[in-house]
Design a protein around this ligand. Structure first.
Ligand SMILES: N[C@H](CCC[C@H](N)C(=O)O)C(=O)O
Length: 276
């Protein structure tokens, strides 16, 4: 099967983006893993697929697959690239696009200079919605990892996130703690593990060990999750610049029940055809 693709990234979080609107795609997890393979395939953190909408109030269905083949309910950097892809491939001329993912509805607003602002929806804080195996909602949760007790924030942006506050992201043992948190039994669907350093009330430094992909150069939903938790702890203001290894994102959140807005750049690297 020959498949046309567009290779894109959002500050280094990279994607293979496919048009499942004008071409019929029946991809299995092994096909996703092959597309994402940086030696045998194209190579990416996630594969994004545009599909026709499943309901009248939505423009497109937006599907997200991690490099390990697992499907996710949200991808913030991917949503920005997805909006640009839809216009680049002339699948829409709209600058305000409504999409449906496994994690819910989102609106994508195409700004100038290839910047896109995503309404990521309101964070979900109840354990059952994360999902997290805890009896009641709390501001933070204790996780036992390698005999050590970590105090983390946990919430869903349409995908599950655990956030750990650290003094210095450059020396935070992500390599050891990331996989341990990702696969921790308290998270029945695994979890994205964020390591956040609060620089000041408007500035965060963040690294994320992503579920199904490992450490990425950036994680949009992870940036949103870190801002929500940090703000609920009283450490952050409404507008926050999040510095990740691949670049910076702008996140704003007005408070409980309000949507999180994520803004940042998009880039098209190349296009091609792959035979699976
Ligand atoms: N690994 C994530 C999906 C991609 C999220 C990330 N790339 C972003 O920009 O939000 C998950 O399994 O929930």
């Amino acid at each position: 099967m020959a498949i046309r693709f567009t290779k894109m990234h959002g500050i280094g979080n990279d994607f293979v983006v496919l048009d499942g609107v004008t071409q019929q795609l029946q991809l299995k997890p092994r096909d996703i893993r092959r597309l994402a393979d940086r030696r045998r395939g194209v190579g990416c953190d996630q594969v994004l697929i545009a599909e026709p909408p499943g309901r009248p109030d939505v423009d497109f269905r937006y599907r997200i697959f991690n490099a390990d083949g697992s499907e996710a309910g949200q991808c913030g950097n991917g949503a920005r690239c997805f909006a640009r892809f839809l216009r680049h491939r002339k699948l829409t001329a709209k600058r305000l696009i409504t999409v449906e993912t496994q994690g819910g509805l989102m609106t994508l607003r195409v700004l100038d200079k290839h910047e896109v602002e995503v309404d990521m929806g309101a964070p979900r804080l109840e354990p059952a919605d994360i999902p997290l195996d805890r009896p009641a909602r709390a501001d933070s949760y204790d996780l036992t990892v390698d005999g050590e007790t970590l105090r983390v924030g946990a919430l869903s942006m349409g995908n599950p996130h655990a956030v750990l506050r650290v003094d210095d992201v450059a020396h935070c043992d992500l390599e050891r703690l990331g996989p341990e948190i990702e696969g921790h039994p308290a998270f029945p669907e695994r979890v994205n593990a964020g390591f956040a350093e609060i620089v000041d009330r408007g500035t965060l430094r963040l690294r994320v060990y992503e579920r199904g992909a490992g450490e990425t150069l950036a994680c949009g939903s992870g940036a949103c999750a870190a801002v929500v938790w940090g703000r609920r702890q009283g450490w952050l203001d409404e507008q926050v610049t999040v510095h990740l290894p691949g670049g910076k994102l702008s996140v704003s959140w007005a408070g409980d029940g309000e949507p999180v807005l994520l803004r940042g750049p998009t880039a098209i690297a190349f296009e091609g055809t792959i035979r699976l």
